[in-house]
Design a protein around this ligand. Structure first.
Ligand code: AMP
Length: 300
């Protein structure tokens, strides 16, 4: 694996690979790799010839007072993990490489970005779509791998890719969970041990709402209440939102008739965590993702 820091270098590697008829797989990240990231790298490795991972803690997707400075970082550990997963090119640009002075362009996706995380983080998705559009432009035609952990982000990136006719095939990958159900996140490293134990209430609340749907509950208000009540078992966990929305449009629904996303964000201590489940009432199937032990077994 080689580590590059300039746009010109990573672009040259991708262009050379495509000129040889090779397929390029791309995994955009903010680093501090865990099994969730590694599962995306493995998916990219399995389906492409050249695998590119970007590691960039993108300042424009953090709002004022958010955890940009406290965001966990470990470049040496990340480089070792990426090499271990067979990544070919690790792209680690400086902020000035991605945002040279004078930049004035922002990519904004309407509608999909106003609810859920967009309600409490109003500038977040503009930061995400701007940096991902730039990364797609740098890497060029490729398959790009995103986790369903960030369900709204995945929907927004798909919309952007379609709307801007970007030559990128977006692949959604399963949400990877710890053994106790907690969705893996770089931010979990910042939880105290007490908060770490409390945080598993989020996935328990989603299991509870999955059961409620399977028992026939379709009323979004009631389903939301199941999640809120379950999280209430941990009074230290402060809900940011619990929403029941259409899985495609991300618009709130009153009754769950089609595939629905039930999404939650909550503060555990000072750390904001998100989680979700996608439920299809017609088949009673629920996509809660996979546990890390299953992922590890599959890869060994
Ligand atoms: P991040 O470094 O947090 O920006 O995440 C980079 C990519 O990894 C995004 O596509 C995330 O959705 C994905 N990701 C993060 N956590 C998980 C997880 N627990 N399971 C699956 N994908 C994840």
């Amino acid at each position: 694996m080689i580590t590059v820091t300039t746009i010109a270098e990573v672009r040259a590697h991708c262009d050379t690979a495509r000129a040889r008829g090779e397929r390029v797989g791309f995994v955009p990240t903010m680093g501090y790799f865990h099994e969730g990231h590694r599962s995306l790298m493995r998916a990219a490795r399995a389906e492409n010839d050249l695998v590119v991972v970007s590691l960039f803690v993108n300042p424009t997707q953090f709002g004022a007072g958010e955890d940009l400075d406290a965001y966990p970082r470990d470049l040496a550990g990340d480089a070792a993990a990426a090499a271990d997963e067979g990544v070919d090119v690790l792209f680690v640009p400086a902020v000035a490489e991605m945002y040279p002075s004078g930049a004035r362009t922002t990519v904004h996706i309407d509608g999909l970005t106003t609810g859920l995380c967009g309600a409490s983080r109003p500038t977040h998705f503009d930061g995400v779509t701007t940096v991902v559009a730039k990364l797609f432009s740098i890497v060029g035609s490729c398959r790009a791998y995103f986790g369903k952990k960030d369900a709204q982000q995945l929907a927004v990136i798909r919309r952007m890719t379609t709307d801007l006719d970007l030559p990128v095939h977006v692949v959604g990958c399963p949400l990877v969970r710890e053994a106790d159900g907690l969705a893996m996140s770089s931010r979990n490293a910042r939880l105290s041990s007490d908060d770490r134990a409390r945080a598993s209430v989020l996935s328990r609340s989603l299991r509870a709402v999955t059961e409620a749907t399977r028992s026939g509950e379709r009323d979004a208000h009631e389903l939301r209440r199941v999640v809120v009540d379950a999280i209430g078992a941990e009074p230290e966990v402060r809900i940011d939102y619990v929403e029941v929305v259409d899985a495609l449009t991300l618009q709130p629904v009153d009754t769950v008739q089609h595939e629905a996303l039930i999404a939650v964000a909550a503060f555990v201590g000072t750390t904001r965590l998100i989680d979700n489940v996608t439920i299809d009432p017609r088949t009673l199937s629920a996509d809660l993702g996979v546990t890390v032990s299953a992922v590890e077994q599959e890869s060994s």
